[in-house]
Write a protein that binds this ligand. Structure first.
Ligand code: PRP
Length: 185
């Protein structure tokens, strides 16, 4: 879906499909340089990470094995607790493997902080993180994000995997949702 089709629903386009692709190419070159030996296992956190995973993995010039996690915070309104429930676990054994977590967005950092510790406790050799977007102003925990596409303000953004009530994930660009879209619901 293109932004033009949604012009009344979006406030501004933050990054176009072409800009996202160009930035991912830069990140892919950095990642390749950092893993000269055995390639890392890419772990996507569903659902938001699907677009980043699809584009990044195809851009990488090494065999990129993929695995997926589905996680959820315990109960509604407790996202800030940092407690994460695993709804779908990894298929792969990550003992002694280098893991690269692939995310669409880092906000509080709680999900990734928990996941990183979880993977290390399972014996991963290393755990790094790549995210397309990050909202530094919403950070609640200090966490090293190794590869960041863009730092953005704490606006309500949608597209490129990011949803509002499950819509907009298939928007090609990243855009700020018009306030009237979420105020009316
Ligand atoms: C988003 C995103 C991260 C998490 C980041 O997922 O994909 O997993 O939130 O937030 P945090 O830094 O505050 O922990 P979301 O829970 O919206 O699920 P989704 O990917 O299925 O949309």
């Amino acid at each position: 879906m293109d932004s033009e089709q949604l012009s009344g629903e979006l406030a501004t386009i933050l990054y176009t499909e072409a800009q996202l692709k160009a930035r991912l190419e830069e990140l892919a070159r950095e990642i390749e340089a950092d893993y000269p030996g055995e390639p890392p296992l890419l772990v996507g956190v569903l659902k938001g990470a699907i677009m980043v995973m699809a584009d990044l993995s195809r851009e990488l010039r090494f065999h990129a094995q993929m695995d997926w996690m589905v996680v959820s915070s315990y109960g509604a309104g407790t996202k800030s607790s940092g407690v994460v429930r695993i709804l779908k676990d990894l298929d792969a054994d990550i003992t002694d493997r280098d893991v690269l977590i692939v995310e669409d967005i880092v906000e509080s950092g709680l999900t990734l902080s928990w996941l990183k510790e979880n993977f290390l406790s399972r014996g991963a050799r290393s755990v790094k993180i790549v995210t397309m977007l990050r909202k530094p102003e919403l950070a609640k925990v200090e966490i090293t994000v190794d590869y960041v596409g863009y730092d953005i303000p704490p606006d309500f953004v949608v597209g490129y995997g990011l949803d509002y009530a499950e819509d907009y994930r298939n928007l090609r660009d990243v855009a700020v949702l018009a306030p009237h879209m979420y105020e009316k619901k």
